[in-house]
Design a protein around this ligand. Structure first.
Ligand SMILES: *Cc1c(COP(=O)(O)O)cnc(C)c1O
Length: 345
């Protein structure tokens, strides 16, 4: 009934109340600590990779191929897990335009990009990281397909993983996470949450939570805070993943879910001073270290939604991780502390 799975994450992750933060936000918030799913591989992606890499191993793959932004948590988690399993990893990482022509196969990593955060970890575990220019990224699917074929011609057995690990199989990571929450609820004086809130970047986590929350009865609904694409894009992507997963594994209909874009900010990976202020608030009232690309924006969205009366009761916030991405943005926080600067966004 459920697909094969490797045990890669440190589970179960804690489910914790956050009383002082809840008081500030005006809604009762519980935190699912998926920032603690591991060491360097931590965050939400390793849950998806438990299912995706189980399939890769079953198919006899020796190489994984995936893609994402230059500070992709997904690419980093894939690279770390691949090294652990003895697989080679090729990563296509999107950068602001460099001069070179990349032939669609990417520019080898060099010092024109800062080797910080996720990228440093990609390098350390020996991933073949290639820089993909913005113009080339427009046809990333075709590039990935060509790279897959080139690696196969070179004799490799390649398993390709879509951006974010977001497909029907990857979504199982969060169906299983909701089962974990159901078990944790048995020890609590209430039996479900009114809503789940989390940062939404490629849709797989949202699909898994919506399906898993229904299957395991842990929440009434899901509010996914968009940090990148449009509401329309997420609605169609998440619906497609849910339908495929239901068709393949006979899962029940998802709980009602909505995409909320009020916390998107200026652009993907660019945050506002208000968003960073809520990150400082969570850090100082709950010891929760969020990141400025995903979880910090989701917490800001939670605060706005609670203030607007769109969220109430008991809310489960999924802390999806992202610590290396925070470490790559120290300059923005330093600028805030110095009284802000035009570059502080
Ligand atoms: C990838 C990621 C998300 C979003 O998950 P999706 O399944 O891509 O929507 C949220 N938070 C962090 C820290 C992430 O790395």
């Amino acid at each position: 009934m459920s697909p094969p799975r490797l045990r890669l994450a440190h589970l179960p992750t804690p489910l914790e109340p956050a009383p002082r933060l809840s008081e500030e936000l005006g809604v009762e918030v519980w935190i699912k600590r998926d920032d603690a799913t591991g060491g360097p591989e931590a965050g939400n992606k390793i849950r998806k990779l438990e299912f995706l890499l189980a399939e890769a191993k079953a198919l006899g793959a020796d190489t994984v191929l995936t893609c994402g932004g230059i500070q992709s948590n997904h690419a980093r988690a894939t690279a770390v897990a691949a090294a652990r399993l003895g697989l080679a990893a090729t990563l296509f990482l999107r950068v602001r335009d460099l001069e070179d022509d990349d032939d669609g196969r990417g520019i080898p990593l060099d010092d024109r990009v800062p080797w910080t955060g996720n990228l440093l970890l990609d390098h350390l575990v020996g991933a073949d990281a290639r820089l993909i220019r913005q113009v080339t990224w427009k046809s990333i699917d075709a590039c990935m397909q060509r790279e897959l074929e080139a690696l196969q011609e070179a004799g490799r057995r390649v398993y390709a993983i879509p951006a974010g690990g977001s497909n029907a199989l990857g979504a199982w990571g969060y169906v299983a996470a909701m089962e974990e929450v159901a078990t944790q609820l048995e020890a609590l004086p209430f039996d479900r949450f009114d809503a789940v809130v989390h940062a939404c970047g490629s849709g797989g986590t949202a699909a898994g939570i919506a399906l898993g929350a229904a299957r395991h009865g842990v929440a009434e609904r899901l509010v996914a805070m968009a940090v990148s694409d449009s509401v329309d894009w997420f609605e169609s992507t998440i619906s497609t993943i849910c339908e495929e997963a239901r068709g393949r594994w006979g899962l029940p209909a998802p709980v009602p879910w909505t995409i909320d874009d009020r916390a998107m900010g200026p652009a993907y990976a660019e945050s506002t001073p208000d968003q960073r202020a809520v990150m400082r608030l969570a850090a100082r009232t709950a010891g929760l270290v969020l990141d400025p690309v995903y979880s910090g924006k989701a917490m800001w969205g939670l605060k706005l939604a609670a203030a607007a009366g769109d969220l109430s009761g008991r809310v489960l916030f999924i802390h999806t991780g992202g610590l290396p991405g925070l470490m790559a943005q120290s300059d923005v926080f330093a600028a805030d502390a110095a009284g802000g600067s035009p570059g502080a966004g």
